[in-house]
Design a binder for this molecule. Structure first.
Ligand SMILES: Cc1cc2nc3c(=O)[nH]c(=O)nc-3n(C[C@H](O)[C@H](O)[C@H](O)COP(=O)(O)O)c2cc1C
Length: 197
């Protein structure tokens, strides 16, 4: 039997582990926390999709991902910034859920820094035509510009989204007893406790 993880019955350590795993997920493509599912609210109801986690910062309780400002998710978040992210790492047997509010950065220092930190191959996606979600006459009837052109054209469509968390939920699965904890943000910080799994 593997030893219990150090955070197993330690609430503060669980919160620290939650942010550590998210930060690690943002940094490492092979982390099980690299590709959370993002939920937004459209006028028709909830919508889900995968995004790449680019940054997670416990100090500011923020997560960052990037999208095309012409995409449905960008319009949905502009209309209603309430959103949620969920990610499960089957190896770690840990699910993390985040609820928060999104701010879209398109023409400010946050967007500039995020664009500057993006790889050329990632920038190419933002220079695609027609815009994401447009109906096509055939599957390949869209264009991707070369990396040099995308560096300028793509920037116009690029959006860095920063989600500030106000609720967190952590679930660790273990045959010896699952552990679930949840936190809500108040003026003094994270108010959390153990929850029935
Ligand atoms: C592995 C993976 C990573 C993805 N990462 C992103 C991302 O970081 N940002 C993004 O806008 N779309 C990303 N996508 C595409 C979205 O999941 C989605 O299909 C697309 O953005 C359209 O979503 P929307 O119509 O809700 O805006 C990713 C898809 C996959 C499969």
């Amino acid at each position: 039997m593997t030893p219990l993880p150090p955070f197993y019955d330690d609430l503060d350590a669980t919160l620290a582990e939650l942010w550590r795993l998210l930060a690690d997920g943002a940094e490492h493509g092979r982390s099980g926390f690299h590709l959370p599912t993002l939920a937004t609210l459209s006028p028709e109801g909830p919508r889900l999709r995968t995004v790449v986690l680019r940054e997670a910062d416990a100090a500011t309780r923020t997560l960052r991902f990037h999208c095309d400002r012409r995409s449905d998710k960008a319009f949905e978040l502009a209309g209603n910034p309430a959103c949620a992210l969920a990610v499960y790492d089957a190896g770690a047997k840990i699910q993390i859920r985040i609820e928060g509010r999104a701010v879209l950065h398109t023409d400010d220092a946050v967007a500039e820094a995020a664009w500057a930190g993006s790889r050329a191959m990632s920038r190419v996606c933002y220079a695609s035509e027609p815009p994401p979600g447009t109906a096509l006459p055939s599957g390949g009837a869209y264009t991707l510009l070369d990396e040099a052109t995308a560096a300028t054209t793509g920037r116009r469509h690029f959006c860095a989204v920063v989600v500030q968390a106000h609720r967190l939920d952590f679930l660790y699965l273990d045959r010896r007893g699952h552990r679930r904890a949840a936190w809500a943000r108040d003026e003094s910080g994270w108010d959390g406790g153990w929850v029935a799994p």
